[in-house]
Design a protein around this ligand. Structure first.
Ligand SMILES: [Zn+2]
Ligand SMILES: [Zn+2]
Length: 424
């Protein structure tokens, strides 16, 4: 009995808590209220964690510029101490904090001071491998190490990995191989279209030469076929009739020749052939007997003419594809440039002292975060534009991406930016 009383007493105490309402919706709204109250604090804390504080080097106590995630617990290093400490520890996981954000740097990079400002520059790093006891006939005392060919490159694209994660949740059946194949295909898309267009152009040229037909004749054929597909012009119909008449005449000549050579009972009945043909003709099918590309041609070139038409259409299709891809590339570049501009604008606004509802620390953290995003976008733009320039080849001018963007597209991108920044 005593125990039961105790239990009941604790239950009553617990039920006096803030959100033990029996109604689910009431509990939900209470939790929502609590969250609304706590949200600014958490946001501030989150942003504050991005602040790059000024630290002292753990070795010599001058201002630190490198953070090493493997040299725990003394993670902060100045420019000189970083060089000394990591000479032998080439594969340590280091970050620089130039521009007030942490930027992961590869082993082949170090900090340098130029014009009173810290920058990153390339440096030679020896691969940490075992020194051999003997090398051919030389003794170990004669062996020296020096920089040679670059042999290692650590390059992990976090962006791709997160995309893969997302794809795994959407399509769990997709294997890693499939994903890699997909990436490969995307990469080759443009190169393939351009190469195919070149091949098709070459094929068309060869065929034209083979048939001794100039470019304008091909154009005429294509024009005729297009008209045939859309509209039955009188001119085409006339040409068809004439052609059909020729074919008919040839057929009857052949029948005549044949009939002369065989006994009478095996001969072909010309009247029956004639009536068959006119039945087809009556149902306006006579035009079906002749393809549009046959109208202009003589018998021997018919098949080649068909081929040349196919080649021409294939070339046109690939050229259209090329234009589309070019437009997509340009839009991508414009989008990235616009994004960088708007981040720069935001940074300028924030450095004007407009803190909004954030605390001093939160504001500072947001500045660091924006700097990081800006550097990220700028780097992406560099990579994207250099890749695209490479894919386009030397025929395209350097400033192919600097076209004034389509106004509607611009608006679309701007609105998507807005939603992005809200998510962040
Ligand atoms: Zn130091
Ligand atoms: Zn280290």
């Amino acid at each position: 009995m005593q125990k039961l009383k105790e239990i009941l007493a604790t239950t009553v105490e617990a039920s006096e808590g803030p959100s033990t309402s029996s109604s689910w919706s009431l509990r939900q709204s209470a939790a929502q209220d609590e969250w609304q109250k706590a949200r600014p604090y958490h946001l501030d804390c989150l942003l504050f964690s991005r602040v790059v504080k000024e630290n002292k080097c753990s070795q010599c106590s001058s201002p630190a510029i490198i953070r090493c995630r493997d040299c725990m617990p003394e993670e902060w290093l100045c420019m000189e101490c970083d060089l000394i400490c990591h000479k032998k520890l080439a594969l340590h996981n280091r970050e620089s904090c130039i521009d007030r954000f942490y930027r992961p740097i590869p082993p082949t990079m170090c900090c340098a001071k130029e014009n009173g400002r810290y920058t990153l520059k390339n440096q030679v790093r020896l691969l940490p491998t075992v020194r051999p006891d003997r090398l051919c006939t030389c003794g170990p005392s004669n062996i020296t190490e020096s920089a040679g060919r670059a042999t290692i490159l650590i390059c992990i694209n976090v962006d791709v990995f997160s995309t893969f994660e997302e794809m795994k949740t959407v399509a769990p059946g997709l294997s890693r191989q499939d994903f890699l194949r997909l990436l490969e295909q995307r990469t080759q898309q443009f190169g393939r279209a351009v190469r195919k267009a070149e091949v098709e152009s070459q094929r068309l040229e060869n065929l034209s030469r083979e048939l001794r037909c100039p470019e304008n004749m091909v154009q005429q054929w294509v024009h005729d076929v297009r008209q045939w597909a859309t509209d039955d012009s009188n001119k085409i119909r006339q040409l068809r009739r004439r052609k059909l008449g020729d074919e008919k005449r040839k057929l009857f000549e052949a029948i005549k020749q044949y009939n002369e050579q065989v006994p009478e009972e095996e001969g072909i009945n010309e009247e029956m052939v004639e009536s068959r043909l006119s039945v087809v003709g009556h149902a306006s099918g006579e035009e079906i007997l002749i393809w549009p590309w046959e109208v202009h041609s003589t018998e021997s070139t018919n098949i080649l003419t068909k081929k040349i038409f196919d080649a021409y259409m294939s070339k046109m299709r690939l050229q259209e594809e090329k234009i589309l891809i070019l437009r997509e590339m340009r839009q991508h570049c414009t989008y990235l440039r616009g994004l960088a501009d708007s981040i720069r604008k935001l940074i300028a606004e924030m450095s004007g002292g407009n803190r909004g509802s954030l605390t001093e620390e939160g504001h500072c953290g947001l500045c660091c975060l924006l700097q990081e995003k800006l550097a990220d976008v700028e780097e992406k733009f560099q990579v994207v534009s250099s890749r695209y320039s490479l894919a386009l080849g030397p025929l395209y001018p350097e400033d192919w991406s600097k076209e004034i963007p389509d106004e509607s597209k611009r608006l679309e991108y701007e609105s998507s930016e807005d939603s992005d920044s809200e998510d962040d």
